[in-house]
Structure formats: structure tokens, C-alpha cells
Ligand binder design. Structure first.
Ligand SMILES: Nc1ncnc2c1ncn2[C@@H]1O[C@H](COP(=O)(O)OP(=O)(O)OP(=O)(O)O)[C@@H](O)[C@H]1O
Ligand SMILES: [Mg+2]
Length: 367
């Protein structure tokens, strides 16, 4: 699947920009602040319906405009084309049309366009909190199958409802030993739903981690030019004893604190290089390499499982790597459509099929 053409209207700093991306590798070159990451963000938006920078929807609309439009021509592997038009309004009343047919729900677009983005912000997967690593696992799951988006949302909803019930009980001074029957019964109902979804999701995360680990190792070794053992460990305690048991054991604490203290919303994916935890021990360059290897592995897994390569967007990746690693990356780009943005000229190892230059939200095709 490729995005053959992308048009942005009032999106970020683009008044009206058109990108002919075609197949192969496109380099997007421009000085700082000209609109390279904005392009990456627009492409990724089509895949996830959110900003990979975590920006709220209204930040995506050009200042002074009421709505932004992302219009993309997508060519599927079987040669079919679809025209996707996403309208984002400042007030958040977004709409999506596919081939001029309005989708009932904006989220129905998920799965139509697959995009893998690597940006300098990805360092957070290695350096950030467990939530950042959960997002990495879960975004990969959603790229593999959109049903995981629904499961993830439902788990979030259950945790919220459960937390508000716990908070209420905590405020009323209830403890596990004197919990009124009605609250206990309601909690049991939430717990039963929670357990069912969490089991599915925990299993999916564990399977994902097992499948992706050798791919992360390959990508890391290839980038680093030498082999360092990488470990990804996802072993939440609740999966070992069963969530229902874990929730029962944690209930006194949950009531004391007024929050759900165990479950998939608290999981950690521990990462290590050479047996040392990467968040606290790896060098900056090792952390960057691992972050990139995680993203490339996720891209490869999605490509293999869906039998179709997502669009790979590498935003500003070259400034982050030493020459050896940058060359290794460029020489081993995966097959499929690749968009690389950079503020400096491309090194010779990059064989771009096309160069686009962006300046203040305008696009010039060079070759
Ligand atoms: N909603 C918006 N309306 C208008 N301009 C915006 C909006 N959001 C961001 N911008 C502007 O878009 C410009 C380009 O941002 P972008 O992040 O794409 O730059 P970049 O080319 O990736 O630069 P760098 O090399 O520094 O990463 C910035 O100057 C920013 O102020
Ligand atoms: Mg940028």
C-alpha cells in the first residue's frame, strides 16, 4: 500500500501543499521549522487519527483557519485506489470520506492506511515511563488488527469506571472488610468484564513481544554494526496468577488508594541491552538505536503479518545517528514506500527516488 499523493489544506503551516510521493523513497528536505514533521504528522494521522506528537486536534488546524483537510490518494497492493479526505475542525467535529462516501464513524478509517513513523520523540519509548512503552506495544497491535483499538478503548473505559467507584467508596470511608453489598457486587461486575478483556490484551501483548524480539535484535545489530544482546521482557505478575485472583488480592489496597492498582493499564515492557536496563544504563546513542530498532521491528512485523508494507516515515532520523548507523539504516531500508525528512542534505548512501523541498509550508519537487 502506498500514499501516492497527499494534499494538505490549512493543516499546520500548510495553506495548500501537494506532495507527489509515488513508490520508493522520497526525501523531504527543508530547514528547521519549514513543515517536515507536519508532513509526517499528516501521513500518520491517516493511520491513527491522532497526532504522533500527542498534539490536540485543534493544533493541527492552521492558526486562523476553521478546519484542515488532509486528502490522500492511496494505492493498494491490488492496484485499487481510494481517495481519503479527512476534515479536522478546531472544535473537533471531524469527518472522513472514502471515495466521497462519508464514514459513519471517523474511527472506521483505521486499517485503511498503515503508516509507521519514527521521529526523535521515539526516544521516549526507551527513556520514558511504562505508559510510553505500553503505547508502543499497543500501537503495533492496532496496526496488526484494528480490533485491538476497540479492546484498548474498552479497557480504558472499564478502568475509569472502576476507579470512580473505588474513589467513591474511599471517600465514604469504606474498607474491604466493611464494603456495602451493592458496591461489592458492582465491583465484581466490573472485575469480570475487566478480566475478560485484560486476558485477551495481555495475551496479545505477550505474543507480540515474543514475535518482535528477534526482529528488534536483527535491526539493532544491523544499525550498530555489531551484536549486542537485546532483551524485551513483558511478564506482568497478574498474568502469572490470573487477573481475577490479583484483583481480589489487591482490593483492600485499591479501596485504600481509590484507584485500580493492578491490570494491563499498569504493565511494563522492560528493555535491556547487554543485560543492563536501557532506560537507566544505555548511552544516548544506544537508546536512540534501540528506539529506532523497535520501530523498524514493528514495521517489519506488520509488513509480514498483513502481507503489505506500511508507509515508513523517518522524521529527522539522520541527525540522531552517527555516520555508520545512518549509512547502515539507509543501506537496509525495508521494501515499500519510504519518506525520509531531513534538515541537511542527504548522505550519498541514501538513494532517494525523489527529492521534495519544503519551505514555509510550500513544496517544490526537485527530481
Ligand atoms: N496550527 C498551526 N498553524 C500554523 N503554523 C503552525 C501550526 N502548527 C505548527 N505550525 C508551524 O509549523 C512550522 C513547521 O513545523 P515542523 O515541525 O513541521 O517543522 P520541521 O520542518 O519539522 O522543523 P525541524 O527541522 O525543526 O524539526 C513551525 O514553525 C510551527 O510554528
Ligand atoms: Mg521536525
Amino acid at each position: 500500500m502506498i500514499v501516492s499523493r497527499l494534499e494538505l489544506i490549512d493543516f499546520r503551516n500548510y495553506v495548500s501543499g501537494e506532495f507527489d510521493l509515488l513508490d520508493g523513497t522520497t526525501a523531504v528536505i527543508g530547514d528547521n521549522g519549514q513543515g517536515k514533521t507536519n508532513l509526517a504528522e499528516a501521513l500518520a494521522y491517516l493511520a491513527t487519527l491522532s497526532s504522533f506528537r500527542g498534539a490536540p486536534g485543534d493544533a493541527l488546524v492552521r492558526v486562523g483557519a476553521d478546519q484542515a483537510i488532509i486528502r490522500a490518494t492511496v494505492r493498494h497492493d491490488d492496484g485499487r485506489e481510494s481517495l481519503i479526505e479527512a476534515e479536522l475542525t478546531v472544535v473537533g467535529r471531524n469527518r472522513v470520506q472514502v471515495n466521497k462516501q462519508k464514514l459513519k464513524r471517523v474511527r472506521d478509517l483505521l486499517g485503511t492506511v498503515r503508516v509507521t513513523v519514527f521521529s526523535p520523540d521515539d526516544l521516549i519509548v526507551v527513556k520514558g515511563s511504562p505508559g510510553d512503552r505500553r503505547r508502543f506495544m499497543d500501537d503495533t497491535l492496532v496496526a496488526l488488527a484494528t480490533k485491538y483499538d476497540a479492546i484498548r478503548l474498552e479497557i480504558d473505559r472499564i478502568v475509569k469506571q472502576r476507579n470512580s467507584l473505588l474513589k467513591q467508596a474511599q471517600k465514604a470511608g469504606h474498607r474491604a472488610e466493611n464494603l456495602p453489598d451493592d458496591i461489592a457486587v458492582t465491583l465484581d461486575v466490573w472485575d469480570a468484564k475487566f478480566v475478560e478483556l485484560a486476558d485477551q490484551f495481555g495475551y496479545a501483548r505477550a505474543t507480540l513481544v515474543a514475535r518482535i524480539t528477534p526482529m528488534v535484535q536483527d535491526a539493532y545489530d544491523q544499525l550498530a554494526g555489531e551484536s549486542s544482546p537485546i532483551e524485551l521482557r513483558y511478564e506482568p505478575e497478574w498474568r502469572q496468577i490470573g487477573l481475577l485472583k490479583a484483583l481480589t488480592a489487591a482490593r483492600p489496597m485499591d479501596l485504600r488508594r481509590g484507584v485500580s492498582t493492578v491490570g494491563p493499564h499498569r504493565d511494563e515492557l522492560a528493555l535491556s541491552i547487554n543485560g543492563l536496563p536501557s532506560r537507566t544504563h544505555a548511552s544516548q546513542g544506544e537508546q536512540r538505536t534501540l528506539a529506532l530498532a523497535l520501530r523498524l521491528a514493528s514495521h517489519r512485523l506488520v509488513t509480514e503479518r498483513t502481507e503489505s508494507a506500511p508507509v515508513l516515515v523517518l522524521d529527522d532520523v539522520l541527525s540522531e545517528l552517527d555516520d555508520g548507523r545512518a549509512t547502515a539504516l539507509l543501506e537496509h531500508l525495508p521494501p515499500g514506500q519510504v519518506v525520509i525528512t531531513t534538515a541537511s542534505e542527504l548522505p550519498p548512501a541514501a538513494q532517494a527516488d525523489r527529492v521534495l523541498r519544503v519551505k514555509a509550508g510550500e513544496v517544490v519537487t526537485e527530481s
